[in-house]
Write a protein that binds this ligand. Structure first.
Ligand code: NAP
Length: 251
């Protein structure tokens, strides 16, 4: 265990798997007490809590569909009871959706936007409300995607949700400066459940590797960036987007 986040409390949404899991473990290993949010995968969330406890850290699992306001409010109540406050929010929960625009339904739009954008709005609003009231600053880190800049055929709803997350990030950074620092991470292709043949055509996965670093990234390679943004080294950083993306975007 290191101790850069000793005494800090954190919520990581969508922490039962993939990138969120790696971020939860990284924050806890650095000393934060972590709320591990999940929606449909309780067993996997409890596995993350166990892994953190085995490493000497402190965490608990909390269920909420981030797109549902009543569930989000209950989650924040539980976090308040358990942790007494919140210093760090990682808005990570998200889904992907592949589909040509002309076949996309209003239900597809709602499902995607509820998870990827409404969830960021609801959790961000509630976390920042609490951070302002606490009066001890805070960090919000929103997980976007390189596709939020790049766009992609047959992926427009996902790309739109991730572009909007970047706009929320910059706006919140201005609105809540100088006390609350708000940044985004826009990963490139990362090897998680999202990028398996069950969720994505194999030829697309191969195409994802056609970037300068010629491989998929690992969740821990995103977590290290989140750890920096949450920690004592990032006190002069706000409104920025960081790209652990293997070179897919070079702004
Ligand atoms: P993943 O392995 O599919 O995990 C997604 C996580 O989000 C799971 O923990 C899932 O929880 C949770 N989740 C989904 N919908 C939710 C909801 N409505 N409420 C609460 N939790 C919800 O995906 P990942 O690759 O780690 O992606 C994490 C984030 O990174 C996403 O925002 C994604 O868009 C972004 N991203 C991923 C990549 C990539 O290549 N993998 C690239 C760029 C950006 P349950 O299983 O408990 O439901």
């Amino acid at each position: 265990m290191t101790d850069g986040l000793d005494g800090k409390t954190a919520l990581v949404t969508g922490a039962s798997r993939g990138i969120g899991r790696a971020i939860a473990i990284a924050l806890a290993t650095d000393g934060a007490e972590v709320a591990v949010n999940y929606n449909k995968s309780p067993e996997r969330a409890y596995e993350v809590v166990d892994a953190i406890a085995k490493g000497g850290g402190s965490a608990f699992a909390v269920k909420a569909d981030v797109g549902q306001e009543d569930e989000v409010l209950s989650m924040f109540e539980a976090i308040g009871d358990r942790l007494g406050g919140l210093d760090i929010l990682i808005n990570n929960a998200g889904i992907e959706m592949i589909g040509p625009l002309l076949e996309s339904t209003n239900q597809d739009y709602d499902r995607l936007m509820d998870a990827n954008l409404r969830g960021v709005f609801l959790c961000g609003r509630e976390a920042i409300r609490r951070m302002v009231k606490q009066g001890r600053g805070g960090r919000v880190i929103n997980i976007s995607s390189d596709l939020g800049y790049l766009g992609r055929e047959d992926f427009s709803l996902y790309c739109a949700s991730k572009g909007a997350v970047l706009a929320l990030t910059r706006s919140w950074a201005k609105e809540f400066a100088p006390d609350i620092l708000v940044n985004a991470i826009a990963p490139g292709p990362i090897e998680t459940d999202m990028l398996t043949p069950a969720h994505m055509p194999p030829e697309w996965i191969e195409k994802e590797k056609q970037i300068p670093l010629a491989r998929l990234g690992q969740p821990e390679e995103v977590a290290s960036v989140a750890l920096f943004l949450a920690g004592p080294g990032a006190t002069f950083v706000t409104g920025q987007t960081f790209g652990p993306n293997g070179g897919s975007v070079m702004p």
